[in-house]
Write a protein that binds this ligand. Sequence first.
Ligand SMILES: *[C@@H]1O[C@H](CO)[C@@H](O)[C@H](O)[C@H]1NC(C)=O
Ligand SMILES: *[C@@H]1O[C@H](CO)[C@@H](O)[C@H](O)[C@H]1NC(C)=O
Length: 249
Amino acid sequence: MGNPGTFKRGLLLSALSFLGFETYQVISQAAVVHATAKVEEILEQADYLYESGETEKLYQLLAQYKESEDAELLWRLARASRDVAQLSRTSEEEKKLLVYEALEYAKRALEKNESNFAAHKWYAICLSDVGDYEGIKVKIANAYIIKEHFEKAIELNPKDATSIHLMGIWCYTFAEMPWYQRRIAKMLFASPPSSTYEEALVYFHRAEQGKTYLKLHNKKLAALWLTKARDYPAHTEEDKQVRRNRSSL
Ligand SMILES: *[C@@H]1O[C@H](CO)[C@@H](O)[C@H](O)[C@H]1NC(C)=O
Ligand SMILES: *[C@@H]1O[C@H](CO)[C@@H](O)[C@H](O)[C@H]1NC(C)=O
């Protein structure tokens, strides 16, 4: 195919198999490196693995530093844990463990640095993930917290298209909440979370104004949320393409 995206991916893959051995060595020596490696070096290595889509290697690398006090490292570990949880070869049991583990790391990242926008973003995302294992009451209670943290992430970094887009999804989800769920929510909470399609659209447009969410090298996350928002109206050509391609993701 003459598609530049495909070409770039191909290039990345060959660069990866070339560097694969080196990467493996770095990881196997990590125990030795541990004492001396600066956090920046680990982060650089982690970001390389993330960009390369080396989900499991990334998790193996960062899991060695799970006692770290560094927010930058901890939110990346949260993201890596949930990425491994999403892999199709991860069993349901492992998935559940990883999803809760991810939330724990994100929580610690936040405790270490409340000014870190990514810590707020990943805390919100991880909290949303555990909703799959919780009852409706916890899910609704968490919805308020999720919103707060996305808002905080956007406040700290108004250019972060991911958080803005996910805030749009949040609004969309509560705008389309079916009446029976709304009734349960009203029974449980004085003012259940609610939103409107208009509010959701404001966020979607804002997310698109800057870089499009999908251009942020974060296709996996985009796919996940697009699947969650099944009826999210496709309003750009890219959205439509993603919809067409979704079955293959
Ligand atoms: C917390 O995060 C912010 C934003 O990333 C950064 O500027 C600041 O230096 C961090 N603070 C500490 C104590 O690491
Ligand atoms: C969708 O698939 C087509 C054909 O494989 C490809 O050219 C296009 O880049 C894909 N679009 C997205 C947004 O993934």
